[in-house]
Structures are given as C-alpha cells and as structure tokens.
Ligand binder design. Structure first.
Ligand code: PHE
Length: 448
C-alpha cells in the first residue's frame, strides 16, 4: 500500500506555496533588469497585460487539470485523454514537463548557489577571513560545486518532508519574510542619493521600445515567472482541496507574482543608480545598463561596500531575500519529478527525493564544469523552447482533449455561482483558441 496523497492544509498554505513557486529569481532579478533594458514602464505595462491575458489563463489550465486528476503531469494528462493517441501525447508532454522542470532546476540551483555564497560572505568579512571572502566571491568551479550542493541539499530536505510539513510549512514561513525584507530594503535604498534617477528610468515609459521583440521577452518572462508549462502548478493544484475556488486562487497567485516583480523593480533600479552615484560603473562598454550576473554579483556588492556597517546588513538582507525567493521556487521544481517517482514508480518520498535530487545535482555539476558551453544552452532549451511548447500542450489538453463537462464541473467545485461570472463565459473558449494561438505566434516569431 502506498502512503495517502499529500494535501495542503489550507487555502493560505496553497497560496503561499504557489506564490512561492512563482516568486523567484525571475521576479527579483529577471524582471527589473528586463524592464530597464526594454523601455522601463513600457515593458512593465506590456508585461502586466500579458500576465493577466495570457499567463493567468494558462495557469488556470494547469491548476484545473491538476486538481481534477489528483496526480502528477504524466498521469493527469493520460487520465483526461480519450483515446490511445491522445494518451500517448499525454505521456509525451508529461515526461517533457518532468525533463524541463529538472533542467530548469539544474541551472537555477547554480545561480541560487551564488546567492548562498554571497550571503555567507559578509560573515566571513566580519571575522576578517580575507582568504575566505576571496573564495566566496570568486567564480571558481570548487566554490560553485560547493554552494550548488548546499542549495540543492536545502531543497531536498524540504521536499523530503512532504507537502504539508515541507512545502507548505516552509513557504508559509518564508514568503512573509521575503516581503518584509524586500520592503525594508526599498525604504533604505530610496533614501540614498541617486535613487530617484533609478526610479525615473524604471517608471518613465519609453514606448519607442515597443516591438515584437519586446512582446516575446515579456511573454517569456511571464511564463517563467508564473512557473508555467512544466507541471509545477499542476502538481500544486493536485494537492489543493476541492472546497477552494480555483479562478480566485489563480488570480491571487498571479497578482502576488506580478506585484512582487513590480516591487522588486523599485529596489533594483534605484539601487543601480545609487551605485553609480557612489562611483560604480553601471553601463557596459556598449552603453547598455549592466544586467545579469554582473549586476547582482558585482554592481550591487560594490554598492554595499560603500555603505559602511549599514552595508553589511543591507548585503545580508539582500542575499537572504535572493536565497529565500530561490528556495520556494526550487522546491516546486523538485516536487515535479519526485511526485512522479512516488506515484508512478512506487518509490517512497524519503528515497525518491535524494535520488532525483542527486541526478539533478549531477546535471548541475556538468554545467558548472562546462559553464561557457552548457549554461546558456540549458537555459535556452528549457525556458525559450520547453516552457512555451509545453504551455501550448497544456492549453490544448484543457481546451480540446479533456471532456468539456468534466472541465466545467471541476471549475464549479468550491465556487458556487461561477456560472454567472465573466470567467465562466470567457475562459473555456479562451484557453481553447486564444492561448495556444498567442503562445505559438510569439514562439514562431522568436524562433524565426
Ligand atoms: N517562477 C520561478 C521564478 O520566477 C521559476 C520557476 C520556473 C519555478 C518553472 C518553477 C518552475 O524564479
């Protein structure tokens, strides 16, 4: 007999877990820097529209399928299939989701490992261990392997504890801490000289940037940020009670995700211009704002160094924020293959977690050792190809393959009176036609 299936104990628990999955490096690092290099508020506006017009409906497809099936993505898509051919495609998409979730985790854990190293660094500095400081901030293979291992270990510990005692408990603890840290940092940074210039760059729209390229960047960002396509939201939905309204909870998750991305911009952009005021270079040789690892690992630490003792606390708060955001996302990625191993292969959770975790750590290690050739490749395969294509598959399963009456019945659970809502009138058609077309068009554009 296998153990009974896990379930979130409350709607708040689900909300914290799903928002925790959504809010990650994509929000605090990806979103602000993409906004800065794509016309500031012009990007923000396009992103907001896409998040609600495209990502939210796609999120609803995953949540609905997941809660109905109460199984992982492979079993869920097979379960709602109606014949051998669709069942085959269900398995294919399900395994695709597991593969892509694992690949995303393999690079995500490396970046999160950098964050852990930078979180430890101020403490080493306090003890005057300059050799340690150099090692922690240097980009050596040894350091990267060590901290990726530490971060992966933390992720595994939480997942091994299960849905309620692991995912729910930690998300409920970490998400409020994340919001408090973010707000404290913003208040501090906005009082520093130069911050207002950063705010202006962020909030003044430059609509000359509007282009298909911007649309695609915003769509990719929305898909990544809402953890779509890979079965993460599907599996979290499968742990949700049928007493809760899916459209409401899905909308709340989207709101929190978008809200924190926007708020993170109020921190990162001003911080960059404060750094400039303090003498740090924030533009690359080509005149572009520095983004990516150089921003987080060089520009911002250089700024913290100019702030004296306060800088120490700011650095700790900032990297703690990054680690927390990463951890509530990484657990949701690991849960995807682990749930499959438990449900389809019959491996107990406590064994499945370290086994799967070690395989993914092996992939991370291969990337670390061949960083220049593999890192960008894995990011691109998983987020630029994998996520949108699987997102289309999920919308097609929800809209075309799944029996309509079952889909509608699932929406009605926990939401009396939904038949009179706008959601009810629009979404079932929208997910059938508009979502796949929009995603495919943007995808085709980006590939061409
Ligand atoms: N949404 C996470 C972030 O913004 C990343 C993620 C992608 C998490 C896919 C789970 C699955 O950082």
């Amino acid at each position: 007999m296998s153990a009974p299936r896990g379930q979130f104990s409350s709607n708040i628990g689900f909300l914290m877990a799903a928002a925790g999955s959504a809010v990650g490096l994509g929000n605090i690092w990806g979103f602000p820097t993409k906004a800065a290099s794509n016309g500031g508020a012009a990007f923000v506006v396009v992103y907001l529209i896409l998040a609600f017009l495209l990502a939210y409906p796609a999120l609803m497809a995953e949540l609905t399928i997941g809660r109905h099936a109460r199984r992982n993505m492979v079993q869920a898509l097979r379960g709602i299939s109606t014949g051998p051919i669709t069942r085959f495609f269900g398995s294919l998409a399900g395994f695709g989701g597991i593969l892509v979730a694992s690949l995303i985790l393999s690079f995500y854990a490396i970046v999160a490992g950098w964050m852990v190293a930078h979180l430890v660094e101020p403490f080493a500095g306090l003890f005057g261990a300059s050799g340690a400081v150099e090692w922690l901030t240097g980009n050596s293979v040894g350091r990267n392997l060590t901290f990726t291992a530490i971060f992966s270990g933390m992720t595994m510990l939480i997942i091994a504890a299960g849905v309620e005692k692991g995912i729910e408990r930690w998300s409920t603890l970490l998400m409020p801490s994340l919001i408090i840290l973010l707000l404290l940092l913003i208040v501090y940074v906005l009082t520093q000289p130069g911050a207002m210039t950063g705010l202006e760059v962020y909030l003044m729209p430059d609509f000359s940037h509007l282009s298909p390229k911007l649309l695609i960047a915003a769509m990719g960002q929305a898909f990544f940020s809402l953890s779509l396509g890979v079965g993460t939201m599907l599996i979290y939905g499968s742990y949700l009670s049928q007493q809760e309204s899916l459209p409401r909870l899905g909308a709340l998750v989207t709101l929190i995700d978008v809200g924190i991305a926007f708020t993170a911009g109020l921190l990162i952009l001003p911080a960059m211009y404060v750094a400039q005021e303090a003498g740090t270079q924030i533009f690359s040789a080509g005149g572009e704002l520095i983004a990516g690892p150089d921003l987080i690992l060089q520009v911002l630490p250089a700024l913290f160094d100019t702030m004296g003792t306060a800088g120490l606390f700011v650095a700790i708060a900032f990297f703690a924020l990054m680690v927390i955001a990463s951890l509530t996302s990484s657990i949701s990625m690991l849960e995807v293959p682990v749930a499959f191993s438990i449900e389809n292969l019959g491996v107990p959770r406590r064994l499945a977690t370290p086994l799967v975790g070690l395989v993914i750590f092996a992939i991370s290690s291969a990337i670390i050792v061949n960083f220049d050739s593999l890192f960008g490749l894995v990011v691109s395969i998983s987020t630029e190809y994998g996520q949108p294509l699987l997102g289309v598959a999920l919308c097609i399963f929800a809209g075309w393959i799944w029996r309509r009456d079952q889909l509608l019945a699932e929406l009605q659970k926990g939401h009396p009176g939904i038949e009179n809502s706008l959601f009810w009138k629009i979404w079932p058609w929208y997910v059938r036609i508009v979502c796949p077309l929009l995603i495919l068009t943007a995808f085709a554009q980006s590939v061409i």
